[in-house]
Write a protein that binds this ligand. Structure first.
Ligand code: FMN
Length: 352
């Protein structure tokens, strides 16, 4: 089945299915597998050094000629360098959750790169389009990682009425029925994180994937404890300990992890604080929250890379609670398109 939409036209992919960026998860292999299968993959640049992003792009290009994108955070000190890299490498699209500077967006657009940020509220959708976004990923509160408070079914039609750019619906999607439902609500495709995390090609260690598969939807909760911003994750003992930690304990953890993260990304503590200040000045977060943000990547890494699911944070969409298999990416995408076709047929024959 083919399904051309304004989103597939814009991104140059066969199917309206985006594999979103996930720190530590959306590596070159997963991105290439997605784009080769007709979807559109995003490399998780937000937890990488500039060199790692460059190597990631090269590794993807070695595995596929299909288009793909790069995700990054504007608050890393080398955000402008990432923009230049994407332009030099003729990456098809970039995604971000806070807009980079207007000069950067202009530079990207002049180079013909599709700017497709993720937003979780109508006002952010309108602002992102004003700042030059060509399309949007609209993430409802069911979604994994940082997430808003409005459910996909409410947010999506609300944003559809407010902006005219192509939209990908995110938060809670895993199958073809979801794709059809998203389209009926005004989206031009779907964007999925958790579903792609639970595939053969996802680099997450088996014991960590098993925890996702075994979790019920009601145990996938939103907490602000990690970095001050609402984030959806699996409610494990590690999160329970964080909830009960004293402020002094949290600060000590923030400093330790902040130093670890700056070492890992090749930055300095003063650089990180400078970036936190920039982010604080440009956004709606408090300075405390932005400094705490340095916590998150290290705590997530322990579970997602080192394979210790009970000693770290497991960001997850609620949809993990209803996923019970680990398909290969190509099989998953093919299955979703077949299910979408079946759903349309069943609907038109009034048999559901
Ligand atoms: C493990 C994990 C890591 C994530 N890391 C990032 C990230 O680095 N950058 C980003 O923009 N979004 C990140 N997200 C959010 C996803 O890109 C996506 O928007 C979300 O998972 C969609 O909801 P779903 O999980 O219900 O499909 C992450 C989500 C998960 C589950």
């Amino acid at each position: 089945m083919s399904m051309n939409t304004p989103l597939t036209d814009l991104l140059g992919c066969r199917y309206p299915i985006i594999q979103t960026a996930m720190g530590w998860v959306a590596d070159a292999n997963l991105v290439a597998a997605t784009s080769n299968a007709g979807g559109f993959g995003f490399l998780a640049g937000a937890v990488m050094t500039l060199e790692e992003i460059e190597q990631g792009i090269a590794a993807i290009k070695a595995k596929t000629d299909a288009p793909f994108g790069v995700n990054f955070h504007m608050y890393v000190p080398f955000a402008e360098d990432i923009v230049d890299l994407c332009v030099a490498q003729r990456v098809k699209a970039v995604s971000y959750s806070r807009s980079p500077s207007s000069q950067s967006v202009e530079k990207l657009k002049r180079a013909g790169i599709v700017c497709i940020p993720t937003v979780g509220a109508k006002k952010h959708a309108v602002k992102a389009v004003e700042m030059g976004a060509d399309a949007l990923v609209i993430q409802g509160s069911e979604g994994g990682g940082h997430t808003g408070s409005v459910a996909t079914t409410v947010l999506l039609p609300e944003v559809r009425r407010a902006v005219s750019v192509p939209l990908a619906a995110a938060g809670g999607f895993r199958d073809g029925a979801g794709l059809i439902a998203a389209r009926a609500l005004g989206a031009d495709g779907i964007a999925m994180g958790t579903r792609f995390l639970l595939t053969q090609e996802s680099p997450v260690p088996g014991q960590t994937k098993a925890v996702y598969i075994d979790t019920a939807p009601e145990n996938i909760v939103v907490s602000t404890r990690l970095d001050g911003l609402p984030q959806r994750m699996i409610a494990n003992q590690y999160l329970a300990d964080l909830m009960h930690a004293s402020n002094a304990g949290l600060l000590a953890r923030a400093i330790k992890n902040g130093i670890g993260f700056t070492r890992m990304t090749g930055g300095s503590l003063s650089g990180m604080l400078g970036s936190a200040w920039k982010m604080y000045r440009s956004g709606n977060t408090t300075l405390g929250q932005t400094i705490m943000a340095a916590n998150a990547p290290m705590m997530i890494q322990e579970a997602m890379v080192n394979g210790h699911p009970s000693e770290g944070i497991l960001p997850s969409g609620q949809v993990a609670g209803v996923i019970d298999d680990l398909p290969a990416v190509a099989d998953l995408i093919e299955r979703i398109m077949r299910e979408a076709d079946d759903t349309l047929r069943a609907l038109s024959s009034h048999s559901v």
